[in-house]
Design a protein around this ligand. Structure first.
Ligand code: NAP
Length: 276
């Protein structure tokens, strides 16, 4: 087993994820894994960074596929005995003008952004080493969507006692409500992406609380963040930040020094804790 520290970034063959890998290759003292659901796209991204003189490693990872997640988990466990840095970056968004029925958009978006991210966490968080850092890439859209939920839903999503099971039930209910076209009547905002990212931010708050309860002495810090509005295939060319600029906040959270005990369980944007 290698004693080398290891950092892992999901969905990192392009966009913000690729820029996070680039920055970690320069700043993280250990092995950095660029992962992609498609090995061809992943290897092409590795080759691109090699052209820049960097040395990322590659492993396949499709966060929609439990077998793929578990194969990666077993690989990391065998080779490194754990994980030092995990960045849950992989995500999807339908374009605003996409004509796919809203209920389908809701199911597909929640599947990857919430349920896929949760499955990765379920399998990989137990491998986090002491002083590990976990970054869940959410979005400001989560805060905006929260503000457009009913008072009852807002109270649940801001609760300091909500459980992961309760959150899963709420995310499942959103998808079911969209199928019956009653989601607005039930207090949900009309945004599948926004609700999926509410799920990511609230999941992060729950995971941080569980770390406090179950692994207090291990000094693991876990946060959600927004990279900003970033010029990627997702957000388009009009966005204000370059991918490298978008990587700054996730990388700051991934490299919080071992002396830090905060932020933890927060939603962070522009390296600043934001109210939830
Ligand atoms: P992007 O350019 O579309 O990249 C998304 C990445 O996620 C791609 O590598 C994609 O792989 C991967 N991915 C999607 N589904 C996956 C799955 N099931 N398994 C593994 N990888 C998967 O988007 P981006 O702008 O870089 O977004 C990165 C993260 O930042 C996302 O979580 C997004 O929601 C968040 N974010 C972005 C912005 C922005 O302005 N860009 C703002 C706020 C938050 P493929 O190439 O195979 O599709």
């Amino acid at each position: 087993m290698s004693g080398v520290p290891v950092a892992v970034v999901t969905g990192s063959n392009k966009g913000v994820g690729l820029a996070i890998v680039r920055a970690l290759c320069k700043q993280f003292p250990g092995d950095v894994y660029l992962t992609s659901r498609d090995p061809g796209r992943g290897q092409a991204a590795v080759a691109q960074l090699q052209q820049e003189g960097l040395r990322p490693l590659f492993h396949q990872l499709d966060i929609d596929d439990l077998q793929s997640i578990r194969a990666f988990r077993d690989f990391l466990k065998d080779k490194y005995g754990g994980i030092n840095v995990l960045v849950n970056n992989a995500g999807i968004a339908f374009k605003v003008n996409d004509t796919t029925p809203f209920a389908v958009q809701a199911e597909v978006t929640l599947k990857t952004n919430f349920f896929g991210t949760r499955n990765v966490s379920t399998e990989l968080l137990p491998l986090m080493k002491p002083y590990g850092r976990v970054v869940n890439v959410s979005s400001m859209q989560s805060s905006l969507a929260l503000g457009r939920c009913s008072q009852e839903l807002q109270q649940k999503f801001r609760s300091d006692t909500i459980t992961e099971d309760e959150l899963v039930q709420l995310m499942t209910k959103f998808v079911e409500d969209t199928k019956k076209n009653i989601h607005e009547k039930e207090g949900w905002p009309n945004t599948a992406y926004g609700v999926s990212k509410i799920g990511v931010t609230v999941l992060s708050r729950i995971q941080a609380r569980l770390l406090n309860e179950q692994r207090k002495g291990d000094h693991i810090l876990l946060n959600a963040c927004c990279p900003g509005w970033v010029r990627t295939d997702m957000a388009g060319p009009k966005a204000t930040k370059s991918p490298d600029e978008g990587a700054e906040t996730p990388v700051y959270l991934a490299l919080l020094p071992s002396s830090a005990d905060a932020p933890h369980g927060q939603f962070v944007s522009d390296k600043t804790v934001k109210p939830w």
